[in-house]
Design a protein around this ligand. Structure first.
Ligand SMILES: [Mg+2]
Length: 191
């Protein structure tokens, strides 16, 4: 079964990283499933990209929380599909509403709801405008080309670890700069 195989590979991949995001956020249309749900009927049977479900299960099993950020103008259809795909209970936050912003409003809400800081989040979307705006908020944001798959997951986890290490280094630099020891040694030098 593809789903089990992908889940196992995702979990193996997750095991190779020392730092992991606390929350992974997904767009819906053309990220989790290959269509615009607004162009379909509630009564249709939805389906996801081949790797999507296995990746969701792999992340969940590793204790990583999941959320949705979608600008779909038809949240009722989106929610019906999430229900039909039996993935509803996997998400700690589902922000599905149309907005003129590039999902910054969605991420403010997700942050308020979960308390997870932006630099502990990883985001997947197929729209570059959303990726640009959300990455400016401090979220590691990955543009997907053909839906979320193991390649995109690897890219996301690598990018997340790089961003995380960069902020830790900056923090250490600031601590050194303002620590009492370095301050007094500066003073001594001045004398
Ligand atoms: Mg999309």
């Amino acid at each position: 079964m593809v789903e089990e195989k992908v889940k196992a590979e995702a979990m193996q991949m997750l095991g190779m990283f020392q730092v992991l995001p606390r929350l992974v956020v997904f767009d819906l249309d053309y990220t989790l499933w290959p269509f615009y749900c607004e162009c379909r009927s509630k009564h249709d049977t939805p389906y996801m990209y081949p790797h999507a479900k296995g990746i969701l299960y792999g992340l969940k099993d590793k204790g990583i929380n999941l959320a949705i950020a979608s600008k779909s103008p038809t949240p009722d259809i989106a929610n019906t599909y999430i229900d039909k795909l039996s993935i509803k209970s996997m998400f700690v936050a589902k922000e599905i509403f149309y907005s003129w912003t590039q999902k910054t409003e969605h991420f403010d809400k997700i942050h308020l709801r979960t308390g997870v800081p932006f630099n502990s989040m990883l985001f997947f979307d197929d729209d570059n405008k959303n990726i640009q705006a959300v990455s400016k908020m401090g979220v590691t944001s990955i543009l997907v080309d053909n839906g979320v798959n193991l390649g995109a997951l690897r890219q996301g986890l690598t990018g997340f670890a790089e961003n995380w290490n960069a902020t830790q280094k900056n923090k250490q630099k600031r601590i050194k700069k303002f620590s009492p020891n370095s301050y007094s040694s500066e003073k001594k030098k001045q004398k």
